[in-house]
Design a protein around this ligand. Structure first.
Ligand code: CP
Length: 326
């Protein structure tokens, strides 16, 4: 993808080959360590951000990344209130309007699975970046997470990653796709069965020969932490839970919310490996977090560094995809 001038859309992390990931890591590393590099690369280019569902980090970091590369990011909306989407305007029509207003690249977040792919089918000239489509994917989060892992662990292979929390609706856990490209990586999944890792992803891992284990008992937490290099939490995506609204749903919701929660006490009962970190794409749920705030008192909490890397990683993505021979 990164080398394909005729297809610069960023829709699925599965489109990225290992060499594309290394290109991205190299570019992002230069951007972070030599601030100001590539600063005029996107002068004259315009980004539209079409956010049909809520965001802080993805919306802001794409705007900031575009500005730091010399481009503009003034077009678009960060929620649909007050837009003609509320009058029933189709995604296709909205995309065509923003193309007419000069958008060269459109970053889109949408509640429907597959909407980013659909956008690439209807766009006439703008390149589409998937900023999260329903329960499906959030490829640029995966890329910034890979950057953070490489930065902290100094490698992308021979790692064991414990994914915990809502693995079914948490699209950032699709990080397993690119991480399975590297030798020796293993995954541990810890979740309530209602929000366990979807079968189609487990089937992919089996076909790929990638090792994984699955657990649902939170008492296993300290032992699982001892066995991993990274613990990656995924917020309960209550806004997307299919069980929402029913009586049975209310009971299950209560059970799921309180099932897998990482605390400082759990970490203190474990003996983490060197370089062990706790990652989380953020936001944390303030009421029912999958990681309690006291984890921030440990040296392992790494999600603010992870979030900061969002700016550099999105600059890396924009430069790699659009900075050359546009
Ligand atoms: N991690 C992430 O996508 O955050 P936002 O929902 O705030 O964009």
């Amino acid at each position: 993808m990164f080398r394909d001038k005729d297809n610069r859309h960023v829709v699925s992390i599965r489109d990225f080959l290992k060499e594309d990931l290394f290109d991205f890591l190299g570019t992002t590393g230069v951007i972070k360590t030599k601030q100001g590099t590539y600063k005029e690369t996107l002068t004259g280019k315009k980004m539209a951000r079409l956010f049909y569902s809520d965001s802080t980090r993805t919306y802001e970091t794409f705007g900031e990344a575009m500005r730091r590369l010399g481009g503009e990011a003034s077009l678009g909306f960060r929620n649909i209130q007050g837009t003609s989407v509320k009058k029933g305007e189709s995604l296709k029509s909205t995309i065509h309007m923003y193309e007419r207003y000069g958008a060269d690249v459109i970053v889109m977040r949408h509640p429907k699975d597959g909407s980013a792919k659909y956008a690439t089918d209807v766009a006439k000239k703008a390149w589409i970046i998937n900023g999260g489509d329903g329960n499906n994917e959030h490829p640029t989060q995966n890329l910034m997470d890979i950057y953070t892992i490489q930065e902290k662990q100094c490698r992308l292979d021979d790692l064991t990653i414990l994914f915990f929390g809502d693995l079914r609706y948490g699209r950032t856990t699709r990080l397993v796709y690119p991480m399975s490209l590297f030798e020796g990586n293993k995954f541990i999944f810890l979740s309530h069965p209602v929000v366990s890792m979807p079968n189609y992803i487990k089937d992919f891992l089996k076909e790929n020969g990638t090792q994984f284990e699955e657990f649902s008992d939170p008492k296993m937490f300290p032992e699982l932490i001892n066995n991993c290099n990274i613990a990656y939490g995924s917020r309960n995506q209550e806004e997307r839970w299919a069980i929402e609204g029913t009586t049975e749903g209310d009971e299950i919701r209560r059970e799921v919310r309180n099932c897998v929660v990482l605390t400082k006490g759990i970490i203190n009962r474990a003996e983490p490996k060197d370089n062990f970190i706790v990652m989380h794409p953020l936001p944390k749920d303030g009421k029912y977090p999958c990681i309690t705030d006291d984890v921030e008192e440990t040296p392992y909490c790494w999600y603010e560094q992870q979030a900061e890397n969002g700016v550099y990683a999105r600059m890396g993505i924009l430069y790699s995809q659009f900075g050359v021979e546009w």
